[in-house]
Design a protein around this ligand. Structure first.
Ligand code: PXP
Length: 256
């Protein structure tokens, strides 16, 4: 299980004052020291947090892989092609949203066309492509049709489930999605809304090889420091398979 740390929110704090601190590039160094195997940033079309400058410097300084999230739009796809990160994750984007709200809707022909064009351009530049999708069979099969290497399963509904029954249902859905993704030959990642409290059952699913976690780690880092916050998450991910007896079955959050 690889931990990719999303450092967008470090830039969110900086942009709250439109100043030059805290610097997400320094945060990336600390996350790597804490054990992150990759750094995730979302270059949004409205540039509300990560800026073009951040991506340039991250590409020059990161020792791990950079996973760049962008919408399937020509302007940001072009930037991604020039930056050549280790991986690009295509995500849906709406200007009014507070954060990414759901997976790509690949049942809509307009979306499939835009995503298809972006995938083609990125692959021409030798970039590994992942699609952020809901853990449903149609989305996974459509992703395979697109010829991408990976999918990132949207864990938001699991994270937002209100009771144990709902969480168990969403976890089982993630497990089915992860299994199908592997059967289709896709690498399976997961992310959105994962926290120190809810990550263990997801991290115990053997089919998932990478998680992207941002808000919870940056929130904890405000209190305990970024390197320690990342180290603690890495420990949880390592312990997950041993802590879960039956993968795909919800267990109550454990202390860490
Ligand atoms: N994965 C994707 C595709 C995302 O858009 C985000 C949020 O930017 C994350 C993972 C990280 O989500 P969170 O900040 O809730 O951990």
């Amino acid at each position: 299980m690889r931990l990719y740390v999303n450092i967008d929110h470090v830039a969110t704090i900086r942009e709250a004052r439109r100043t030059d601190e805290p610097d997400p590039v320094r945060a990336a160094v600390l996350a790597e020291l804490g054990g992150a195997e990759g750094i995730t940033v979302h270059l949004r079309e409205d540039r509300r947090h990560i800026q073009d400058r951040d991506l340039r410097l991250l590409m020059a300084t990161c020792r791990s892989g950079v996973n760049l999230e962008v919408a399937a739009e020509p302007e940001v796809t072009q930037i991604a092609c020039e930056a050549r990160p280790m991986q690009v994750t295509l995500v849906p984007e709406r200007r009014e949203e507070v954060t990414t709200e759901g997976g790509l809707d690949l049942s809509r022909p307009e979306t499939t066309e835009r995503v298809g064009e972006a995938v083609e351009r990125l692959r021409e530049h030798g970039i590994r492509v992942s699609l952020f999708v809901d853990p449903d069979p149609a989305a996974l099969e459509a992703s395979r049709e697109m010829g991408v290497e990976a999918v990132e399963l949207h864990t938001g509904e699991y994270a937002n489930a209100r009771d144990d029954e709902g969480r168990a249902r969403q976890l089982a859905r993630l497990h089915r999605g992860a299994r199908l993704g592997r059967e289709l030959g896709l690498a399976v990642h997961a992310g959105h809304g994962l926290t120190y409290e809810n990550v263990i059952p997801v991290a115990a699913l053997a089919e998932i090889e990478e998680v992207n976690i941002g808000h919870s780690i940056v929130s904890r880092a405000v209190l305990v420091g970024l390197e320690r916050a990342v180290r603690e998450m890495v420990q949880l991910l390592r312990q997950a398979p041993a802590r879960v007896k039956e993968p795909g079955r919800w267990i109550p959050p454990l202390g860490y």
